[in-house]
Design a protein. Structure first.
Length: 430
């Protein structure tokens, strides 16, 4: 029979074994807690562990941000919830302690698929965080891990980019106003022609296409330019300013020499030589290689005479019998390093009659891609539309050209306008 001493000894051994197991479990828990804390401390983000709404643990980044040593010190200085430190004077959408009449942790659980932001101020500086909540089930406990990722610098960069983008946008829009101001009013064509239209569509807010119309020495003669400068957007628009400057110089020469014959070919040559000089393109090592394609038309209303010179650009016209003609330009552009300064352009002289119709276009319209195979719109489609609407008012032709182009362009997935587009048409009056 076991004695009382034996029972006491067995009880003592059981206690020692239980204590040993308890110590081992405690060490394992401490080890697990240490590993967990080490993992949390290795993160640069602020990481908190919650049981329900109660803060359990936080990482070193959290302590450093709030300048505290532990969770207990946070409770003493700020309260039991980090949400008590959220900025409240913020725009709608930023996280608050109570969101839609529920605690922010419950709100985050319900909105787990959305990006949530919060603002917290420390030492006079505002910080912006994204907040993510992850739910864990540990020993039947429903725990939440909340990660605060500091995106302050990213947001500052984003705001700076938005400001810079707006400044650039404002500058380009102002440049567009300047460029539009140097273009003639479309109605000015009415001084010389019976019917007319102008379609000027830059690819961007500003463009490299420009058209100009000027009286010369009397009200019976004018010069019409339709020009496609190198590039589009800001770079193209800058070249149009050079073109406008040279055009004013040419007009001054012609107006001061009444006996000088007006020659579009000579004007084109003057442009070529002057641009090459201004841009130092005669130097083989020059970094600038810009110029333009287009056409120059001289029209004398009294003498019923039209002269044309083209640089890589044709002129189309319908005679009074309804036959379409194409006047080819030179196969040389104006400017550019590969065009000789003394290159001589040719010109075509046409004796016009009332009812004849002329059509000018830069290559932006003809080269626009589209259709089922993504080919260029082309001269054939362009001239077919002219033939179809030859006897209709000019306004009908203008609409048809735009509708046909938009339809053709929309047939391809990437239906972006490729280049600036300018189309001008006019009819000879009495």
């Amino acid at each position: 029979m076991r004695t009382e001493t034996d029972l006491l000894q067995n009880l003592e051994e059981a206690k020692e074994l239980l204590q040993k197991k308890l110590d081992e479990t405690t060490k394992e828990l401490e080890k697990e807690k240490y590993l967990r804390q080490s993992m949390l401390n290795s993160q640069k983000n602020l990481i908190l562990t919650y049981n329900g709404h109660h803060l359990l643990e936080a990482n070193q980044a959290f302590f450093e941000f709030y300048k505290i040593k532990n969770v207990e010190e946070f409770f003493e200085k700020y309260g039991e919830c980090i949400a008590d430190t959220f900025n409240t004077n913020v725009s709608k959408g930023y996280l608050q302690k109570i969101m839609d009449e529920e605690h922010y942790i419950d709100y985050l659980r319900r909105q787990s698929d959305k990006v949530t932001r919060v603002k917290i101020s420390r030492d006079g500086e505002e910080h912006i965080f994204t907040v993510e909540l992850t739910v864990l089930i540990v020993d039947t406990k429903d725990l939440s891990i909340i990660t605060f990722t500091n995106i302050t610098e990213t947001e500052k960069s984003k705001v700076l980019m938005q400001i810079q983008h707006q400044e650039i946008k404002d500058s380009v829009e102002y440049a567009s106003m300047i460029q539009s101001a140097i273009l003639p009013a479309t109605v000015s064509l009415g001084k010389y022609f019976k019917e007319y239209f102008v379609t000027w569509r830059p690819k961007d807010t500003v463009g490299g296409d420009i058209w100009l119309l000027n009286d010369l020495r009397n009200e019976e003669e004018c010069l019409l330019f339709f020009i496609d400068c190198t590039g589009h957007g800001i770079s193209g628009a800058f070249v149009t300013m050079i073109v406008k400057s040279i055009e004013k110089e040419i007009l001054s020469i012609l107006r001061n020499k009444e006996d000088m014959e007006v020659s579009p070919a000579w004007i084109m040559g003057y442009f070529n030589k002057t641009m090459k000089t201004l841009l130092k393109q005669e130097d083989k090592d020059s970094l600038t290689n810009v110029g333009w394609d287009g056409g120059i038309i001289y029209y004398n209303k009294k003498d019923k005479l039209l002269k044309f010179a083209g640089a890589e650009t044709p002129l189309f016209y319908m005679d009074i019998q309804g036959e379409l003609h194409t006047v080819k330009g030179n196969r040389k552009s104006v400017g550019y390093k590969n065009c000789e300064a003394e290159y001589e352009y040719k010109e075509t002289i046409i004796n016009v009659e009332e009812g004849m119709k002329f059509y000018c276009t830069t290559d932006g319209y003809l080269d626009q891609t589209g259709g089922e195979k993504g080919f260029s719109f082309g001269k054939k489609r362009f001239t077919n539309i002219i033939k179809e609407y030859y006897s209709e008012p000019m306004s009908e032709l203008q609409s048809a050209l735009m509708v046909e182009m938009m339809t053709y362009q929309d047939m391809v997935l990437d239906n972006e306008q490729r280049d600036d587009q300018t189309v001008i048409a006019f009819e000879i009056g009495s």
